[in-house]
Design a protein around this ligand. Sequence first.
Ligand SMILES: [Zn+2]
Ligand SMILES: [Zn+2]
Length: 448
Amino acid sequence: MQPGDGRSVHRAGRGAVASLVVTAVPDLARNDTRTTAAPPVDLGAGRGPDWLDRYLSDSLGELVQFRRQLHRHPELAFAERRTTDRIEQALAAAGITGRRLPGGTGFVADLNPDAPGPLIGLRADIDALPLQEASGLPFASEVPGTAHACGHDVHTTVLLGTALALAAAPHPVGRVRLLFQPAEESMDGGAAALVQAGAVDDVDLLFALHCEPRTPVGKVGLKVGPITSTADSIEIRVSGPGGHTSRPHLTADVVNALGLLATNLPLLLTRRLDPRAAAVLVWGQIRAGEAENAIPQSGVLRGTLRVMRRDAWDTAGELITELVGAILEPTGVQYQLSVERGVPPVENDAYTTALLRAGVVSALGADAVTEAEQSTGAEDFADLLEHAPGTLARLGVWDGEGQQSDLHSAAFRADERAIAVGVRTLVHTVLAAAGEPAVLPPAAGRTG
Ligand SMILES: [Zn+2]
Ligand SMILES: [Zn+2]
């Protein structure tokens, strides 16, 4: 379909990813004071099992150092080669081997493949964002324009720590697949790469944690049902012959057409989609024209559509096609519409959420559980949930005192006590999912 034919293009696929160049960075000296520090307080210390307490007491400092090194050297979607190297090396040092994804970034490994019980998939995303960090941290990004502002360095470290802790258990605990996923932040997402590589084919249950800067450290937010939303990219290009602003009747006014679209399309969507789906179309770019007295020949309007329910999302693309046509028809402009579908909402399944809840209670106590809200952000963990039931939980990273810095903000900070909280949560979730007796809360005594 050609531009300007007055009809729409409704693309179902994901967009192409621009090629990215990341400068190689030398390994850090282990005693670099920007990344070494006294380990943060382990909020679950002493809650067991003994082998988990021992692992964290011995190794939490090294985990924090690992996280800080990732943080200093963030890598963008599908360019996470150094990050993947570090994951592979750290696992290999504990005798855990696996495979890279065919694209060369991302890593998959199995623990205790012969153990009984379900195959438990644990997923961490490993990529960073294209933005300039302004956190003021001593271990802030050293790669210009690239930052771990979504906490994926924390997720990666938590999954690594979980693997190393499980490897240190005196007997095989759970049949576990470690899924270190590239490119969560890319529209052409890394979850699809995991699926294509067959990494989730035989997985029975899936779990993931995501940093939540509005939740205090020590808390884990849970929710059954949808916990994230969709995010589609919408682009409308309009065109006409152009002309003098004194004679709009002799041409087609593309600026006026863009104005009609910018205000009417979001409004009409609220009347045509179920309000409970909370669909919100917000424009991020509008561009046309050069001179105050010339009607330009072309213009563009770009934005994102977020929908909180899958059924409404499934109908939104066709509805937008209909509405754009209806709005623009009387203007006489030609147009091209592109609706680039993102991921569906992450829908947390009840059983796996109950397992994760049991894991949090066992690891940290009932007070550590908090109810999560549905976010308007999108997460490609949803693509994995097309293949197995699972749950995404919110890992509190707010220190409870300072300013709350949002995800994807240049000032984003994560309280590093969340690393041990995340490791304890995932280890106990594996115990619960594997059907091992959960560790009893301290009031009733605890086991090793
Ligand atoms: Zn993000
Ligand atoms: Zn993220």
